[in-house]
Design a protein around this ligand. Structure first.
Ligand SMILES: [Zn+2]
Length: 95
């Protein structure tokens, strides 16, 4: 498992599995080293499949410290998915 490439469901490469951590409550977390050399932690609950590669969901909650739903519109404050470029509430571009 260590050394496998980690890709997101979107196809983006996250990095390589550097280590796998087990906590006392039975949780499993993948320690992934990104292309920039920084480690990120991906809980097993974010892993959607393991075959030739480890496939994970896009934005991880641990990385941003916010619920996986994403972010809020910078104009109207409505909650919106992080990957959504347009606010579903007011329709303004977030870029
Ligand atoms: Zn908005």
């Amino acid at each position: 498992m260590v050394g496998k490439t980690v890709i997101e469901t979107s196809g983006a490469v996250r990095g390589k599995v550097r280590d796998i951590m087990f906590d006392l409550s039975g949780g499993v977390t993948f320690l992934v080293q990104g292309a920039d050399g920084k480690d990120s932690q991906i809980p097993l609950s974010n892993v959607t499949g393991i075959s030739e590669h480890v496939v994970v969901k896009g934005e991880t909650a641990t990385e941003q410290g916010v619920p996986s739903y994403g972010t809020t519109c910078k104009f109207c404050g409505a909650a919106k998915p992080a990957e959504e470029r347009w606010c579903p509430s007011c329709g303004r571009s977030q870029t």
